[in-house]
Design a protein around this ligand. Sequence first.
Ligand SMILES: C[S@@+](CC[C@H](N)C(=O)[O-])C[C@H]1O[C@@H](n2cnc3c(N)ncnc32)[C@H](O)[C@@H]1O
Length: 289
Amino acid sequence: MQISEALKKATKILYQKIESPRKESEKILLSTLKKDLTFLILNEDFKLTQEEIDIFFKKVARRASGEPLEYITNQVSFYSKIFFIDYGALIPRPETEILVDFAFQEILKLSPKNQIQILEIGIGSGALSISLAEKLENANLDFKIIGIDISQNALKIAKKNIENFNYSSKIQILQSDLFQNLHSQFFDLIISNPPYISENLKGKLQKELEFEPEIALFSGNDGAELFRRLLKEFFNRPEKILICEMGFDQKKIIQDEVCKLANTDYQLIFYQDLANLDRGFILKKKINS
Ligand SMILES: C[S@@+](CC[C@H](N)C(=O)[O-])C[C@H]1O[C@@H](n2cnc3c(N)ncnc32)[C@H](O)[C@@H]1O
């Protein structure tokens, strides 16, 4: 079977099941052949081996059954870079790129004299920490990131990405339930994109989410269980800045929780995504508190 024929057949299988059947068929074929787009364009009549055909159509069937393209190709694009991704970690979302930008801006405001210490809670694939690391490096800043996650599977994926991007000396990973295994370390900034979907929505969301780890998605009845724990622990720690992504409908929950817990002066700023939905917050304890 030639490439052109295989793509036609795959597009037909995926037609009306996904938004871009031809484009995704091409991506699946490229990941099967481990080639780039130029190869496809120049070799439409290239004859596939039986093994390549079998692997390709198995992957197409996975996509037709609702599995995310990223898990099939083991690739995800985030902040203009391609990361390795697999079942153990959440597929990083484009909206999380905003968190990278806000974290970077806050770090610039610190006008640091010593090495900047950053903590990411729930590092997942590592895409967020690696993207932030690249920005800090480009700005000639000295930094160290510790990325923790409760999931060993996620940490394995983060490790692979950190090694692929040569950040092993700058980003350290650690298995921990929130701050549990961090002991007395101090961080200039804490960032997190925690799980924030309500458990009540399990099985009621788009099919693709069923393939992602539940621990990366769901958090109690209102989706804010981990936020409550995180905020409580944050207010008992010496760190002054926490930046988090959150659900578009969680502003009030976060406001109430911060008011309840804060025994110190603080500033709470919410940020929006491109669709103008509340998407995250920056919580700062006042300098002298
Ligand atoms: C929404 S994912 C974010 C992953 C990645 N940072 C990103 O933005 O793509 C949340 C991550 O938090 C981790 N997590 C969940 N509960 C945790 C806990 N109690 N302590 C530490 N990490 C936790 C999950 O394993 C998951 O990797």
